[in-house]
Ligand binder design. Structure first.
Ligand SMILES: NC(=O)c1ncn([C@@H]2O[C@H](COP(=O)(O)O)[C@@H](O)[C@H]2O)c1NC=O
Length: 540
């Protein structure tokens, strides 16, 4: 064992035997905050409790302006803040005061020898790097907003939580005042550990933002849209009752920019959202929210069992979507891209529905639906597009650009007529609807539509023939005269033949198979119009 290892082993042994009061009384605080929200009340409370305050430039000015005593860090260190604030608290008189482990007699003795007073509380939050990046700031301005001294103080205090309490969140100032008013005038060890955990999360999220900006914008390694380094801080917002199945634990975490998304949807009524409710509601939003006309999507197991648009209103769209497959719609999750009307609410209230998610609810709609105990009502703005999508695989993460329905082949004007007569305006409108809707269906996906509504959906089959059969079976009599969208090309004419035999009048599909000629010939022979988009919409 080397000498230094010996020393540290001895130190550790000593540390383990040092006992101290669980609560560290707050006598001296270091205050250095960028966000000064709530600071006035906090520093008044600190002063009233007899706590001596040391503080940096503007924080100190605010305290002094309130007529309260405060020592400037520069006075303490005997060194001026310099380099435009790049160096303020980076000094042993500050950091030794934060980092001394006061359970260790040798640390306490060293502080005395050096004439350094310890801190019991550090209150800090960091320069607004993320907000600066989100603004029109220049790269230099962004770099300048990378806080150096702040994270150093925060991490030091969090590491030394056995002796120091660290507060990074203005929402905790009330807790500080409560702790001061408590019998021991400070935080317990358990509380300091929790505060330290919050502090490390604060600096980790901050560093993740800085590192991501460097990797993505400031110093990308190459031209790809995918940075070399990905850091995504998520915060737990709730522990769910269970996961996909009752034996699986689960929780919901929020991304940093989660406002206005499903994860932060306002729940207006009903039981707690389950894991599967979130998965289905997410798929429903993706299906319905980017249609321009009023649209309703009814999902089961993340697939639409009915989707429709209406030029009239959402109640009409709901009737049409429900009619697609009323059996499967039982226990469904519904998304609608317009406020829920009273009429639609009445209709939905008649059907057992797990979740209804909408951008809003007209007066009286919630009351009607709330008569149903089991339905969950969510409100979230009409913003469903995910520009980037992540999929976990064992040991890794797949990242792709979202399928935003903006590919060249998503514009019917760009479609190529490959077989049969040119479709009438109505039929073309149904084809356009079917093409838009089929992208919400798991591959292999076949969607039959008529009158701007799905009438039969074949989803998730391992070959396109079975998807076609399923869609036709679900459509029943409605297959004849309907139009069909296929999310990917027909590898053989057999799947298409199932649809032709059922009487479809027009088909839209990407094309691109080596056997396209077979499918085109089959359509031509049946007098069925076939359009090729050149774009594929797999959803796995
Ligand atoms: N450089 C330093 O030594 C330093 N020490 C503290 N800060 C930051 O300065 C801010 C507070 O400054 P003021 O009290 O002047 O508003 C805090 O966000 C704090 O994290 C520093 N600034 C940046 O690195």
């Amino acid at each position: 064992m080397s000498a230094s290892q010996e020393t540290s082993a001895t130190s550790t042994d000593t540390r383990n035997t040092v006992s101290g009061a669980d609560t560290v009384k707050i006598k001296r605080a270091l205050v250095s905050v960028y966000d000064k929200t709530g600071l006035e009340d906090l520093v008044r409370g600190l002063h009233e409790a007899g706590v001596a305050m040391v503080s940096t430039g503007k924080s100190a000015a605010l305290i002094r302006g309130l007529g309260l005593p405060v020592t400037e860090v520069a006075e303490l260190t005997g060194f001026p803040e310099c380099l435009d604030g790049r160096v303020k608290t980076l000094h042993p008189k500050v950091h030794a005061g934060i980092l001394a482990d006061r359970r260790l007699p040798e640390h306490v003795a060293q502080l005395e020898e050096l004439g350094i007073e310890p801190f019991d509380l550090v209150v800090s939050n960091l320069y607004p790097f993320q907000q600066t990046v989100a603004s029109d700031a220049t790269p230099d301005e962004c770099v300048e907003q990378i806080d150096i001294g702040g994270p150093s103080m925060v991490r030091a205090a969090a590491k030394n939580h056995p002796s120091v309490a660290i507060v990074v969140n203005p929402a905790r100032y009330g807790d500080v005042l409560a702790a001061l008013a408590g019998p021991d005038g400070g935080f317990s060890l358990e509380q300091r550990k929790r505060l330290a955990a919050e502090a490390f999360a604060h600096t980790a999220a901050y560093d993740a933002a800085v590192a991501s900006w460097f990797a993505r914008d400031y110093a990308p390694a190459d031209e790809t849209a995918f940075p070399e380094f990905l850091a995504m801080p998520y915060r737990r917002s709730s522990v769910l009752r269970y996961g996909e199945n009752p034996h699986q634990g689960a929780a919901l975490y929020l991304a940093q920019e989660s406002a206005g998304t499903l994860a932060e949807a306002e729940q207006l009524h009903g039981k707690e959202m389950s894991f599967n409710n979130y998965v289905d509601a997410d798929a429903a939003l993706r299906a319905a929210y980017d249609f321009t006309d009023p649209c309703v999507a009814i999902m089961k197991h993340a697939n639409p069992c009915g989707i429709a648009v209406s030029t009239e209103d959402v109640a009409d769209a709901h009737r049409k979507a429900h009619a697609c497959d009323p059996v499967s719609a039982f226990g469904g999750v519904i998304a609608v891209n317009r406020p829920v009307t009273v009429e639609m609410a009445r209709q939905v209230a008649e059907i057992f529905t797990e979740v209804l998610v909408a951008p809003d609810y007209e007066d009286g709609a919630v009351e009607i639906l709330a008569a149903r105990k089991n339905i969950r009502l969510l409100r979230t703005p009409a913003r469903a597009r995910r520009r980037v999508e992540f999929r976990q695989i064992c040991g890794g993460l797949l990242v792709q650009e979202g399928d935003l329905y903006q590919a060249p082949g998503d514009d019917p004007a760009a479609w190529q007529l490959a077989a049969g007569p040119a479709a009438s305006e109505d039929v073309l409108a149904d084809l356009a609807f079917a093409w838009h809707a089929v992208r919400a269906v798991k591959s292999n996906a076949i969607l039959l539509a008529h009158g701007q509504a799905s009438v039969g959906v074949g989803m998730g089959q391992v070959n396109r023939v079975d998807s076609a059969r399923l869609a036709v079976a679900r459509a029943g009599d409605r297959a004849a005269g309907s139009v069909v969208a296929s999310d990917a090309y027909f590898p053989f004419a057999d799947g298409l033949q199932v649809l032709i035999d059922a009487g479809v009048r027009a088909v839209v599909q990407p094309g691109g198979s080596v056997r396209d000629a077979d499918s085109i010939a089959a359509a031509e022979a049946a007098g069925v119009s076939m359009y090729l988009t050149g774009t594929r919409h797999f959803a796995h």
